[in-house]
Write a protein that binds this ligand. Structure first.
Ligand code: SF4
Length: 296
């Protein structure tokens, strides 16, 4: 049967109870904005479109997590949590300060692990060594923004890192005993369907645990918003077709956490699908069932 490992199935390999990610904003910045790697950031980036933490900004990590627990715990008292350091580059500081923040999160009652979002060119061996120790007792994942495996695309969107950086980061992280997630954007300017699928194939040859995909979205306040002429954005149907081919390629050892993203309506210029993540997944599952019938 044509299917894939979804995120809750993946988490059940490590946890026996329902887990909820709690987004925290530790007020990092990004080396692709402050001039260390580049200026202006990636052409599609507007960090306001990331999921906000429940408590809001400028609040200690532990207080953000407590607010998140309060929000979800009312409905699901037995829920356990993963602290998700999402906004900007969450490894962009000294290992000492980073470890202090990560330990603060893990000290919150009910928090059983960390997911750390970052760039593939921003993780030192010193930090990996510290996280490796932490990973002996806690679930730790580093989620790298790979976005594409094509350096021509990475240059075009001003990522200021290469595919070789991603390969190196993934291999070093996995060798340190830390789980690895990769974030990919489908439909970046100039990419063909073959290029996107080639990226998925290349990711699947790496020691990766989770893939997280989404369709390119044009967000207000980004440089991409001024470049929409000639930009081919996915329709829902076209993207479903692509995702069926993604599912065909991804082995069951790797989970697909998500296929889509929905930027806040007030920030989104295009495409307007008006579909929640679970609604897209339902459409995809129907398409996968139909594909199976065609194959038989
Ligand atoms: S997408 Fe990530 S790496 Fe790119 S500018 Fe935004 S925070 Fe920095």
């Amino acid at each position: 049967m044509l299917t894939y490992t979804d995120y809750s199935t993946y988490l059940s390999r490590y946890f026996s109870v329902k887990m909820q990610k709690l987004t925290v904003d530790a007020r990092f910045t990004c080396p692709n904005r402050d001039g260390t790697k580049g200026r202006g950031g990636c052409i599609y980036c507007n960090n306001h479109s990331f999921s906000p933490s429940v408590a809001g900004d400028d609040v200690p990590v532990s207080a953000q997590l407590e607010a998140g627990k309060h929000f979800f715990g009312r409905k699901y008292p037995d829920m356990r949590y993963l602290a998700y350091f999402q906004s900007y580059t969450n490894t962009y500081d000294s290992p000492d300060r980073l470890m202090m923040l990560y330990r603060e999160a893990l000290a919150v009652d009910g928090v059983d692990g960390l997911i750390i979002g970052t760039r593939p060119d921003c993780v030192s061996d010193a930090l990996l060594s510290e996280l490796s120790s932490l990973a002996r007792e806690h679930y730790i994942m580093i989620e790298y923004g790979a976005e594409s495996s094509h350096d021509s695309t990475l240059r075009l969107v001003n990522r200021c890192h290469t595919w070789a950086d991603t390969v190196s980061a993934v291999e070093r992280t996995s060798a340190a005993g830390i789980h690895v997630g990769l974030h990919l954007i489908m439909g970046l300017p100039g990419e063909t369907r073959e290029m996107m699928l080639e990226t998925v194939d290349r990711c699947c040859r790496l020691p990766v645990d989770v893939l997280k995909l989404h369709q390119l979205q044009v967000i207000r306040g980004t440089r991409l918003a001024g470049m929409t002429d000639g930009l081919k954005l996915f329709t829902v149907d076209g993207y479903l077709d692509l995702c069926v081919d993604v599912v065909r390629r991804v082995p069951r050892r790797i989970a697909v956490e998500r296929f889509t993203s929905s930027a806040p309506r007030e920030l989104l210029i295009a495409p307007h699908w008006d579909l929640k993540n679970y609604e897209f997944v339902n459409l995809l599952k129907k398409r996968l069932r139909d594909e199976d019938a065609v194959c038989e």
